[in-house]
Design a protein around this ligand. Structure first.
Ligand SMILES: Nc1nc2c(ncn2[C@@H]2O[C@H](COP(=O)(O)OP(=O)(O)OP(=O)(O)O)[C@@H](O)[C@H]2O)c(=O)[nH]1
Ligand SMILES: [Mg+2]
Length: 456
């Protein structure tokens, strides 16, 4: 793969009001581009020394800003190339003016993710680490933050490299076995190779077990509030969000549309949805709202079924429960209105029952504890030493490797010639190498870096 040779520039901080914005320039011409903006400096400051300087327009010499300039000499920079960073004033005007000056001084505007792509191509990061940079920036929950940090520190890459070494070892053992066909006892018995393969498959399984919930960390688990009109859904929605987002009235049928908001509960990300109360109705708007609610319920990762504490769970609630695939948390709402000790029998299909009141605040902490347990139980109980798979790309590759190892083992156990069995090892290795980016396929890189924003 050829390395890019031109020099790129971008505003690396988010647009909008802010005290500081960073304009980053990377490539072989980074210092000459920078010096054209810095006529007050005779030469670039020493690498890694922050220097206050005037940024001037390269064409007419007018002052754009007073900024801190830092030079990172190749290869000791984020991209591995010469990099110059201008920490200029933020806001709407200065950062684009400074970027425009860089472009007129000879740089090209960077594509999304291009800095990180260059870091990868120059061996600064493997592909999993490059993706972790994106996760770290996008993380809105502590759980994704920790998973991304682990991946950035090569927790996952190291594990996948280990699996790849396991495959190479299987190949070596098999080669050894094949090389001694005439002897009575082959130096490596086949059943030893079979058991190594089994062990490897189990190691892949342990990683894969984190994938379904790990992928949820990036979007948030869909938690849907449902129940009869007036059950207290919108009140709970507001309480969990910590702000009055949904309208609450004593009139049944208040909520028509579904409302969705991001919320972090116990460090885990959720997309919390408030829905229209479920009932038979002739009113068209309400009926449409109920249809929307049902669609959300089909996709839900957790359902929060609200039943007022002073009412019995109805037959229609029960029928509704039976149709749901997601785990259900039953919330006995308005528990402050209920005087006698509440019954806590959980109906079939219900994972737990919690009495809650937004009036007194009772049960809300218990609810906040139960949500992660339902949506992220595998991650909660997996232990910190297992890296979390947060991307479909990784999960698919691991599943491919897993399937090939299984085919390899089956072939050996079925008595097929070892040469035939061994044809499954190479595809397994290829799958893992693609995850790390050891072999870089242009298409894979395009997919990985497409979702970055400019300046990363
Ligand atoms: N005392 C008490 N009243 C509550 C509690 N939660 C909700 N309510 C009241 O119950 C009524 C209905 O609450 P909502 O949150 O609008 O109920 P909903 O399920 O969203 O209703 P729809 O949108 O019509 O389906 C309102 O008058 C709320 O003030 C509670 O914990 N205690
Ligand atoms: Mg409502």
């Amino acid at each position: 793969m050829t390395l890019d040779v031109d020099t790129i520039a971008a505003v690396s901080t988010a647009p909008g009001l802010g005290a500081i914005a960073v304009v980053r320039v990377s490539g072989p011409e980074a210092t000459s581009v920078a010096l054209r903006l810095l006529p007050g400096l005779e030469r670039m400051p020493d690498p890694r020394y922050a220097t206050l300087a005037e940024i001037r327009d390269p064409d007419d010499g007018s002052v754009i800003d007073r900024a801190i300039v830092t030079y990172f000499a190749a290869p000791e920079s984020y991209t591995g190339e010469d990099v110059v960073e201008f920490s200029c004033h933020g806001g709407w005007l200065v950062p684009p003016l400074a970027l425009d000056a860089c472009l007129r001084a000879g740089a090209r505007e960077a594509e999304p993710g291009e800095f990180t792509r260059r870091a990868y191509l120059r061996g600064k990061l493997d592909l999993v680490q490059a993706e972790a940079v994106s996760d770290l920036i996008e993380a809105r929950s502590r759980a994704l933050h920790l998973a991304a940090l682990g991946q950035l520190e090569q927790g996952l890459s190291g594990r996948i490299s280990g699996l790849r070494e396991g495959l190479v070892r299987l190949e070596a053992l098999l080669a050894h076995h094949i090389d001694f066909p005439e002897e009575d006892d082959a130096p490596v018995p086949l059943d030893e190779i079979v058991s190594e393969a089994t062990n490897l498959a189990q190691r892949i399984d342990r990683l894969l077990a984190t994938a379904p919930e790990g992928e949820l960390l990036r979007e948030g688990a869909l938690a849907v509030l449902a129940g009869r009109p007036n059950a207290g859904k919108s009140s709970l929605y507001n309480a969990l969000l910590g702000q009055e987002r949904a309208i609450v009235t004593e009139e049944p049928g208040t909520t028509r549309d579904a409302l969705e908001a991001f919320v972090q509960v116990g460090g885990f990300p959720f997309r919390l949805v408030d829905t229209a109360g479920l009932r038979e109705t002739d009113r068209q708007v309400e009926r449409l709202g109920i249809d929307v609610a049902k669609r959300y319920l089909r996709d839900a990762d957790v359902v929060l079924l609200c039943v007022p504490a002073d009412e019995e769970i109805s037959d229609s609630d029960r029928r509704f429960l039976e149709q749901l695939e997601a785990p259900v948390l039953m919330l006995r709402t308005k528990s402050d209105l209920q005087n006698d000790s509440p019954e806590r029998r959980s109906p079939a299909h219900v994972a737990a029952v919690i009495d809650v009141s937004v009036q007194s605040g009772d049960g809300l902490d218990e609810l906040r504890g139960a949500l992660p347990e339902l949506a992220y139980s595998a991650l909660l109980h997996v232990g910190a030493e297992v890296p979390v798979i947060t991307r479909r790309r990784h999960a698919l590759a691991l599943a491919t490797a897993r399937a090939e190892v299984e085919l390899f083992r089956d072939a050996l156990e079925a008595g097929l010639p070892p040469e035939v069995a061994s044809t499954h090892l190479r595809p397994a290795e290829t799958a893992l190498e693609e995850v790390l980016g050891v072999i870089s396929v242009e298409d894979v890189l395009d997919v990985v870096f497409r979702e970055f924003c400019v300046g990363k």
